[in-house]
Write a protein that binds this ligand. Structure first.
Ligand SMILES: Cc1cc2nc3c(=O)[nH]c(=O)nc-3n(C[C@H](O)[C@H](O)[C@H](O)COP(=O)(O)OP(=O)(O)OC[C@H]3O[C@@H](n4cnc5c(N)ncnc54)[C@H](O)[C@@H]3O)c2cc1C
Length: 414
């Protein structure tokens, strides 16, 4: 594989670089560069407003959602051009975090299943960041086993009426729209009685309750639905075929999370290069060097694994399990990195917030890292995917797969 830019790619890179140099919000660059997993904040500025303004500026100039078709707010760019853009956007790309679910999962699902009218109405403001979208799948009774969900949608004339509860909905507190997976026929086996919709998050009967996390932030929410009306025109896919629609979303979820997953390597390398221990710089220690060397190998393995996925995309193929591998390795690596940084800080590692070393960067990373190992599929689910699809091992035991949903034994129903 040749990693050098072709002449066409080099021209694209130069154009992207000069546009970013002239237009990016430079006053925040240093803060964004220093931010890391679990800690992307701006002093004296509302990050949501800064992110929306940057996204809109990109959209107006044709640099938003590069791989989307132009008529839906994108640029019709190739997967490689998208990667080049991400490389050039650098730290400013961290401002895209609140759009990842909308751009990476809801947009592609709408593109595949919404009517042409809805696509033309909803996709451009989603691309430009004027509307933020969330993904309403997980429930207390359906996380890894998302098909175990219980939120009901019942047909009433031209509308559907939704009752139930979702949980862990990232960004629901600032979202304008969401895609919602519901149960429409409990008499069918669990994967067969589901239907997908999209809805306005300001609809009467939608209540969003933020969840306070260990790192003090509230990135996700509980969302309650009480007699929420959704027009049938906002159904995505056929009635009771929601599982197929959800597979499109989940496939894109693994792609977008996997493509951008953090490892913590640049942060730990910089930290060890500057940390003065009693007998010299940390990076000059044999055991520190050995740890860094191991992580360097993993980080570059992850980089080339993600290139494999990008190559598959650029050949028009569906990426394989590369992103499951990437997420599995990077999730535990970032946790190890944060733990090691805290060990090196000694007693000071127990501090958090502004008074801690580097204003608590690694402490925030450590508290956020377990979420990386859960969101978009837990480590165990990633291992199942790799075992079944790569190694060809026997499938996970799925005893309730063909049983009507309302006959599956639960706590209250034996
Ligand atoms: C930061 C973050 C953001 C999220 N954002 C969203 C969002 O925007 N929208 C949304 O819908 N959801 C979201 N989620 C929810 C996420 O998708 C679920 O948490 C995840 O799918 C796991 O489900 P669960 O929490 O119910 O755990 P469970 O499925 O109850 O799992 C509990 C434990 O059992 C293990 N386990 C489960 N099934 C198996 C199996 N078959 N084999 C082996 N082990 C198994 C799991 O690995 C885990 O260790 C988010 C989660 C996090 C952490």
């Amino acid at each position: 594989m040749n990693f050098d830019d072709t002449p066409q790619e080099a021209a694209f890179r130069a154009e992207a670089r000069s546009w970013i140099a002239a237009n990016a919000p430079r006053q925040y660059e240093e803060q964004l560069r220093k931010s890391s997993l679990g800690r992307t904040q701006l002093k004296d500025a509302n990050i949501l407003e800064v992110a929306k303004a940057w996204q809109k500026k990109k959209a107006d100039a044709g640099w938003a959602c590069l791989h989307w078709p132009k008529e839906y707010g994108g640029r019709g760019a190739s997967p490689i051009e998208r990667v080049i853009w991400q490389e050039e956007e650098g730290a400013f790309g961290k401002l895209s975090a609140m759009f990842i679910i909308g751009h990476g999962m809801c947009g592609p699902t709408m593109m595949a299943f919404a009517s042409e009218g809805h696509k033309r109405k909803h996709l451009p403001p989603l691309a430009s960041g004027e509307r933020i979208w969330c993904q309403l799948f997980s429930e207390p009774a359906g996380g890894s086993d998302v098909a175990g969900l219980r939120t009901r949608a019942e047909r009433r004339g031209d509308d559907w009426v939704v009752n139930g509860q979702k949980i862990w909905t990232s960004g629901a507190h600032y979202s304008d729209y969401g895609i919602l997976l519901t149960r429409t026929d409990p008499n069918l086996p669990k994967h067969k009685g589901l239907t997908m919709f999209f809805l306005d998050m300001k609809s009467p009967g939608v209540e969003v309750r933020p969840i306070k996390q260990a790192n003090g932030q509230s990135e996700f929410n509980e969302v309650y639905f009480s007699d929420v009306k959704i027009p049938d025109s906002q159904r995505l896919g056929e009635v009771n075929d929601g599982w197929n629609v959800a597979l499109t979303t989940l496939m894109n979820e693994r792609m977008s999370i996997g493509a951008g997953v953090a490892t913590g390597f640049p942060e730990i390398f910089e930290f060890c290069s500057n940390l003065m221990l009693e007998d010299g710089l940390a990076i000059d220690h044999r055991d520190v060097r050995s740890k860094l060397a191991n992580w360097a190998v993993k980080a570059s393995g992850l980089k080339y694994t993600s290139f494999r996925a990008i190559s598959a995309l650029s050949r028009g193929e569906r990426p394989g399990p590369e992103n499951s591998i990437g997420k599995l390795v990077a999730g535990s690596m970032i946790q190890d990195v944060a733990m090691y940084a805290l060990d090196l800080q000694g007693a000071a590692g127990a501090l958090t917030g502004e008074q801690a070393e580097l204003a608590g960067k690694f402490q925030a990373m450590l508290l956020r890292a377990p979420g990386t190992r859960v969101e978009g599929g837990t480590d165990e689910i990633m291992r199942n995917i790799i075992a079944e699809r790569v190694l060809g091992l026997p499938g996970d035991v799925r005893v309730d797969k063909d049983v009507p949903f309302n006959e599956i034994p639960t706590k209250g129903r034996k």
